[in-house]
Design a protein around this ligand. Structure first.
Ligand SMILES: *Cc1c(COP(=O)(O)O)cnc(C)c1O
Length: 389
């Protein structure tokens, strides 16, 4: 019997990271020394104080049963405490915080909670591919908000046609931004909240990199804006802050009726994160100001300097990222990003991701993840210098 993919799945482009990874593994299997700046997954281990707490918690039989819906009350409380300390925002842990099985899970399920088939969803271009895929799964119609270097990689709300803005029910934003490394100032979030309020749409802000800032200033939360919680939900993740991508833990915060709708979707699909992992998450947020966490930022800052200087010497256009662990690089003249990504992988066994993996409007960019140590970065740059450009 023939099985054919349903349209919503068939219409998605192949998840680009998977294709690149297949090629990377082929190069590895052929015995080549591959230097991987591809997928954004921290190379450093989870700090020991978090692992210690997991080891204790895993023996507690209370965690061997289903965790409570929406997350452990203590985890939600810790998330609210983090918000008060970091952002000066008081959240009700019961109504304004929702535990997630990683933030991707929440972002992916959100359109099912707020979008009717055929309704408009505003999505930045470039962006983390999940926003668009999740919109299509829910039957929503994506509208691309073009980001560009000239506009500091911030969407221009004035450029959205009035009928699109009127029809939109959801808008995704992401700062600090993957893939560009851009940070949004508070004034931008004020404009975004005002826009969402004016058009009565849900503002979903992905703050997965809020603690991965490389400058001296900490990126703001959209919830710091007066009245933001009437329109906005913000997604937080332990993955990048604490090197915990494999653990699958995050939370959403903000607008209570949207969180309740998201909780209803989740109650029908998953049963929450493992309780012992949530306990470890409590320990993580309690220790957010520990030196281990600052050391990770310092590491990315050093790597960014080495990689940016090296790429610039070859003819890439790069600014050091303000946050995240990505270097977003304009490719040398005469190439597009896909050609450069293929050239690097085929001729130098260096993996990066072409901009086209994040949107249609950034074909002349590639993204490097700073998850490679400085010696290897130097080796990669030396290889790229030897290529014929
Ligand atoms: C890594 C990443 C996430 C996913 O984080 P998880 O909490 O591991 O699911 C979300 N958004 C962006 C932009 C990311 O790069």
């Amino acid at each position: 019997m023939a099985f054919s993919l349903p349209q919503r799945l068939a219409s998605l482009p192949p998840y680009l990271f998977i294709d690149i990874d297949r090629k990377r593994r082929a190069a590895l299997a052929a015995g080549h020394d591959v230097i991987n700046f591809g997928v954004g997954d921290p190379d450093q281990p989870t700090p020991g104080f978090i692992i210690d707490r997991l080891q204790r918690a895993v023996r507690d039989p209370v965690h061997h049963r289903y965790p409570p819906d929406g997350g452990l009350p203590e985890f939600r409380q810790q998330a609210a405490d983090f918000f008060r300390r970091r952002h000066g925002v008081d959240l009700d842990p019961e109504r304004e915080v929702l535990g997630l099985v990683g933030s991707k899970e929440g972002l992916g399920h959100l359109p099912l909670a707020v979008v009717e088939p055929g309704q408009r969803v505003l999505i930045p271009d470039p962006a983390y591919p999940v926003y668009r895929a999740a919109t299509l799964f829910a039957g929503g119609l994506p509208y691309a908000m073009q980001l560009s270097a000239e506009n500091d990689w911030l969407p221009q709300f004035d450029a959205i046609p009035a009928e699109v803005a009127r029809a939109a029910v959801l808008m995704f934003l992401n700062y600090p931004n993957n893939p560009t490394g851009a940070v949004a100032p508070r004034t931008f979030f004020e404009r975004a909240v005002e826009f969402a309020r004016r058009h009565d749409l849900v503002l979903a802000h992905d703050a997965a990199y809020s603690e991965v800032y490389l400058g001296s200033e900490r990126p703001p939360s959209v919830l710091e804006v007066e009245g933001a919680r009437d329109v906005a939900v913000e997604f937080h993740s332990l993955s990048k802050t604490f090197n915990m991508t494999g653990w699958r833990l995050g939370f959403a915060a903000g607008r209570p009726d949207v969180l309740a709708a998201l909780a209803k979707v989740k109650a029908n699909l998953d049963s929450g994160a493992f309780g012992a992992i949530q306990e470890a998450g409590i320990e993580a947020y309690a220790g957010i100001d520990r030196p281990e966490i600052a050391a990770t930022r310092k590491l990315y800052r050093q790597r960014a300097e080495v990689l940016c200087a090296g790429l610039r010497s070859i003819g890439f256009r790069v600014d050091p990222p303000k946050a995240t662990f990505y270097v977003w690089a304009g490719v040398p003249p005469g190439y597009d990003g896909m050609q450069v990504a293929n050239k690097l992988l085929d001729e130098a066994f260096v993996v990066c991701i072409p901009g086209i993996g994040f949107g249609e409007g950034v074909a002349n960019y590639v993204r490097f993840a700073l998850t490679v140590d400085t010696d290897r970065i130097a080796t990669a740059i030396a290889r790229l210098r030897k290529l014929h450009w």
